[in-house]
Design a protein around this ligand. Structure first.
Ligand code: PGA
Length: 248
């Protein structure tokens, strides 16, 4: 298999120690025969409990952000090595909510992505256009810029995961159509081939994210360039297992 499908959950700022533990325990038997890689990106404070609960299963645990420095005077931040210490294997970088509410830019996305790679954490780098950018025909320009600037200095693009998340589809119940998602994801692969090398772009895992759920996952996953999903709302319930088992 050139690209193993990869379904990741993004819990955002949800769950408690008790509910996290309960959901992971319930998910474990339901996802154990998955043909894809499975990960849950949980709030930082829940990482220790989530790692413990997922032990011995095929569920990997990820973070939702990473600071680019190894240590220092950065109140409130968490470094890649600290996450690695707990067994974190993936980290979402540059989610649109961070770009929108926390001043994330292509430059900081780039620094965080490089820091993750340096520590052996696989970054899930999010890109995507807003509704007005789509309506103005700027989707490809915006995504080209996010890729060119956000991924600067990476030696092999197949070492990261990219999540295409149209901002207008996140948490709105408005999913991109299968064709819209495929078209933009194919553009991302073509651009990665141009910016890096066509061979690495062929190996690059690209997820779709934005109101992906148990009902629409099959159609999205059937698209030739879509290798997985980044699941928000539906990853907070057992529906996540249905998505992980999309091919059964
Ligand atoms: P959603 O979120 O599935 O709730 O739309 C996806 C995401 O923001 O990663």
């Amino acid at each position: 298999m050139l690209r193993k499908p990869f379904i990741a959950g993004n819990w955002k700022m949800n769950m408690t120690v008790a509910s996290a533990k309960k959901l992971i325990e319930e998910l474990k038997p339901l996802v154990k025969d998955a043909n894809c890689d499975v990960c849950l990106c949980v709030p930082a404070v829940l990482i220790p409990e989530a790692v413990k609960a997922a032990q011995g299963s095929n569920i990997k645990i990820g973070a939702q952000n990473i600071h680019w420095s190894a240590s220092g005077a950065y109140t409130g931040e968490i470094s890649a090595d600290m996450l690695k210490d707990y067994g974190v294997q993936y980290a979402i970088i540059g989610h649109s909510e961070r770009r929108q509410y926390f001043g994330e830019t292509d430059e900081t996305v780039n620094k965080r992505t490089l820091a993750a790679l340096n520590s052996g954490i696989t970054p899930i780098v999010c890109v995507g256009e807003t509704l007005s950018e789509r309506e103005n025909g700027e989707t490809e320009n915006v995504i080209y810029r996010q890729l060119e600037q956000g991924l600067k200095g990476i030696d092999d693009v197949s070492k990261i995961v990219i999540a295409y998340e149209p901002v207008w589809a996140i948490g709105t119940g408005k999913t991109a159509t299968d064709a819209q998602a495929q078209e933009t994801v194919a553009f991302i692969r073509k651009t990665a081939g141009k910016l890096f090398c066509p061979k690495c772009a062929e190996k690059l895992i690209i997820q779709y994210g934005g109101s992906m759920n148990a009902g629409n996952c099959k159609g999205l996953m059937a698209q030739p360039d879509i290798d997985g999903g980044l699941i928000g709302g539906a990853s907070l319930k057992l529906d996540f297992a249905t998505i992980v088992n999309y091919d059964k």
